[in-house]
Design a protein around this ligand. Structure first.
Ligand code: COA
Length: 334
């Protein structure tokens, strides 16, 4: 257990709403197919707002909520698999935007599981007496990777960002991170892929070809074996929550909420059944936002906090999965 308090949350969602009906104009699909197979009705897409911009907007709201000045931040972590630059990191851009001069900054890429990994990392950093406040921002313009001629993937994703400030907890407040269970299964990485740049320089021999690690990809567009991801997701979401709960000595019935990564309503329902959770505990906001990758869990968390539906002292489980393949769960007292 680490005395860690989520001191503030904030999100940024682009204004552009793309409905299922609008999707039918670009691919052979229907509102009925998308809704019944995924639970998604609409998603937000960037109108050009870069990942760093969305991150900084969400971060400002989380800092205001935490009543902290940027100068009080010790660390800024941005979880993203869709940065605007290979370098500098999105976290350093956010630092400059906020004027958080004291912080050290880095990006973390665990794809859609990024936020869960970051929360675990923040708790570990807070064991260091020199670290007091950590900003985690999950910001994703996943639309940059999506092939909008592929109906099996393009209907799933949306853009957005969300941030939390994690501060050292005091003895007076109940907040704590109780347990985490993280994992990766790199051997099945081929089921969800987006390729980066290939080696190219003036000294490359003519015809020098190194095959792509995951089959030929002409560019960065995302490819996915949907059913394989589906099966993986149901297994790891349920099992990681159960493992984290056992580690924390917490019965699932004690959890106020379970917030899963929002990828497909059917995945969430099947995972809830596998872990024998009460459906009333499960948060599903997929209908309005689609899959916003690592931002999906903190967007849900922020909504609950702002709506006054999550109170100090209540226990929450979050669980994610994504490319890598990666997965993870965390149980905390808000
Ligand atoms: N509209 C209409 N039909 C579609 C469609 C769409 N948007 N997308 C796929 N189809 C079709 C397929 O072409 C297929 O047609 P066929 O039977 O003629 O070949 C049929 O629907 C069934 O496809 P299938 O892939 O079996 O559907 P599914 O029930 O597995 O649903 C996903 C597909 C992608 C929604 C589902 O597998 C899924 O959500 N997987 C997990 C994806 C995920 O979470 N990714 C992100 C991880 S972070």
């Amino acid at each position: 257990m680490t005395k860690m308090k989520i001191a503030g949350t904030g999100s940024f969602l682009p204004e552009l709403v793309v409905t299922n009906q609008m999707m039918t104009r670009i691919v052979d699909t229907s509102d009925e197919w998308i809704t019944t197979r995924t639970g998604i009705s609409e998603r937000r897409l960037s109108s050009g707002e870069p990942t760093w911009f969305m991150a900084a907007e969400a971060a400002r709201k989380a800092l205001a909520e935490a009543r902290l000045e940027p100068a009080q931040l010790d660390i800024i972590m941005v979880t993203t698999c869709t940065p605007d630059y290979y370098l500098p990191s999105a976290a350093c851009i956010v630092q400059a935007e906020l004027g958080a001069e004291r912080a050290f900054c880095f990006d973390l890429n665990a794809a859609c599981t990024g936020f869960v990994y970051a929360l675990d990392m923040a708790a570990r950093y807070l064991l260091d007496p020199q670290i007091h406040n950590i900003l985690i921002v999950a910001s994703e313009n996943i639309s940059k990777l999506v092939d909008y001629s592929d109906r099996s993937t393009c209907v799933l994703f949306g853009d957005g960002a969300s941030a939390v400030v994690c501060s050292r907890g005091t003895d007076e407040d109940p907040s704590a991170l109780l347990a985490t269970k993280l994992g990766s299964e790199g051997r099945t990485g081929h089921v969800l892929v987006s390729r980066a740049l290939k080696v190219r320089h003036p000294f490359l021999a003519d015809g020098a070809v190194w095959p792509d690690r995951f089959g030929e990809h002409s560019d960065h567009t995302l490819t996915m074996e949907g059913q394989e991801v589906f099966k993986f997701a149901v297994r790891v979401l349920a099992d990681s929550v159960l493992e984290a709960a056992a580690q924390a000595g917490v019965n699932l019935t004690e959890l106020r909420y379970i917030i899963p990564h929002q990828a497909n309503a059917r995945i969430v329902e099947a995972a809830a059944r596998r872990m024998k959770a009460n459906p009333a505990q499960i948060i599903s906001r997929i209908a309005d936002f689609g899959n916003t990758s690592s931002a999906s869990i903190p967007i849900c968390l922020d909504e609950l906090v702002r709506a006054g539906k999550l109170l100090r002292g209540e226990k929450v489980a979050i669980c994610g999965f994504g490319a890598g393949l990666t997965y993870g769960a965390a149980i905390f007292i808000y």
